[in-house]
Design a protein around this ligand. Structure first.
Ligand code: PHE
Length: 453
């Protein structure tokens, strides 16, 4: 079996964990989910849940990985005990979840790639500016979407095959800071629009009457998705962590950076969407409908757009690599097959499932579940239902399976009093609070289905 890799530098872990967390979830998913759930109150709920549910679970997953030095299925296997008996099997479910998410994540990453190429073509003069931002053309072309998704999965495979140090660490290191800078520059530009006051009110004024029964579930699902928790990704990354790293601090930093990026994405998209007035805020294509049109009108916007979509693509690539890495590391650990065959098999399965979301705007347009198209349905079922259930089981498996002394020694920083009391909070949250809130969210979500039918 191949020797297990580890991060060459401390920064390596952060780059990979933040690279996995920050992706299409922040830029593509966050704005339209906020739009669907009425704005400010939902944003508040999201930020609170990121701290009280997302962070404890993230720390738990990192700890499990660090403690066992294994990827999710084997890690849970090695903490199997009478107390967590049926729950320790949740690793298998996480893996299946990764394959499903990778399938439509690859399709949407393909759209980003398409926009990057379109902007470049416009910049060098082989595409007309008026054609930029025409999402409908892409939506109706399922074959093109599958082609783009295949290119994307191929890129992911190349990086994953290079292994932990050469692949992930080197690759993500230089793309993230550039992306953060472009994002901030665009946010300031967008905030200079007249509509920014309305956008700020929409995003930050909490009108609780706008929340729906299903909003709690939507917020929990999104928190887990955006922090890459429940997928086993953070267990794998934790297993590559060095001993000197303090896990709760690492988890806290990742949570803060990821949440800030989502808020920046909101501040960037909403002024543009509100200014254009004809873009529905609840539309899953919100990012792709609003941003390109705005960029085209901006002086130097075509070149900027190219840089932006390249960076967004790299962020999507880093996140997809996190997903593929989980599948590959589990297959390598468990089945003892090579990284090469594991990444080939996983990418192929993801591509096959990806046919459904790719054709959701064309051949499969008339197929709807709860009134949603196939891509949205897949996203809804996976993120709002499967992911919270898996996270619930994961919280049971970790909090009941890992020994008190093991958890304490990983959490408490050499006799530090504060970290001792934080440890208690963390333990209680994972043991009681997280499961109760997730179950409540699922019940409310179920109720909302009956109320709507
Ligand atoms: N967190 C990523 C995003 O927000 C998605 C992701 C989930 C990536 C799980 C890896 C693992 O886009």
């Amino acid at each position: 079996m191949a020797k297990r890799g580890s991060w060459a530098t401390r920064l390596g872990f952060y780059l990979a964990a933040i690279g996995s967390a920050c992706g299409l979830g922040n830029l593509w998913r966050f704005p339209y989910i906020v739009g669907e759930n009425g704005g400010g109150a939902f944003v508040l709920l999201y930020v609170l849940l990121a701290i009280v549910i997302g962070l404890p679970l993230l720390v738990g997953e990192l700890m499990l990985g660090r403690h066992t030095g294994k990827s999710v299925i084997s890690a849970l296997d090695s903490i199997r005990s009478e107390k967590n008996y049926p729950f320790y099997r949740v690793g298998q479910a996480s893996l299946i979840l990764c394959v499903f998410v990778l399938s439509y994540y690859a399709v949407i990453s393909g759209w980003v790639l398409h926009f990057a190429v379109q902007f470049l073509a416009t910049f060098i003069g082989v595409n007309e500016t008026s054609k930029l931002g025409m999402l409908s053309v892409l939506m109706k072309n399922g074959t093109l979407q599958i082609g783009l998704a295949s290119v994307h999965l191929l890129f992911c495979m190349v990086v994953v095959l290079k292994g932990v140090q050469e692949g992930l660490e080197r690759f993500i290191g230089w793309t993230m800071p550039i992306f953060a800078l472009l994002l901030l520059a665009l946010m300031f530009k967008s905030l200079s629009l007249q509509s920014s006051v309305d956008a700020l009110r929409f995003l930050f004024y909490p009108d609780f009457s706008k929340l729906k029964f299903s909003s709690l579930g939507a917020a929990i699902g999104h928190v887990l998705f955006t922090l890459s928790v429940g997928f086993g990704t953070m267990v794998t990354f934790g297993s590559y962590m060095r001993e000197s790293e303090h896990i709760p601090t690492a988890g806290f930093r990742v949570t803060i950076v990821d949440t800030l990026i989502s808020l920046v994405a909101g501040l960037l998209i909403f002024p543009i969407a509100l200014q254009a007035s004809n873009i529905p805020l609840t539309d899953p294509w919100l990012l792709f409908e609003s941003l390109p049109k705005f960029l085209v009108q901006m002086p130097g916007g075509v070149l900027f757009g190219f840089a932006f979509f390249v960076c967004l693509y790299l962020a999507a690539l880093a996140a997809s690599i996190g997903l593929l890495e989980v599948i590959v590391s589990n297959l390598v650990d468990r089945r003892r097959i090579t990284r090469k065959s594991a990444s080939g098999i996983a990418s192929l399965i993801a591509l096959l499932i990806g046919v459904v979301p790719a054709f959701s705007g064309s051949a499969l347009r008339s197929f709807k579940i709860f009134g949603k198209g196939m891509l949205e349905s897949l996203d809804y079922l996976v993120i709002n239902w499967a992911l919270p259930i898996i996270a619930l089981l994961m919280s049971f498996a970790i909090s009941r399976g890992m020994k008190q002394t093991e958890k304490e020694s990983l959490f408490i920083h050499s006799g530090n009093v504060e970290s001792a009391s934080l440890y208690k909070l963390w333990k209680e949250s994972l043991h009681y609070f997280t499961p109760i809130v997730i179950i409540l969210a699922l019940v409310l979500q179920l109720l909302s289905l009956f109320l709507h039918s």
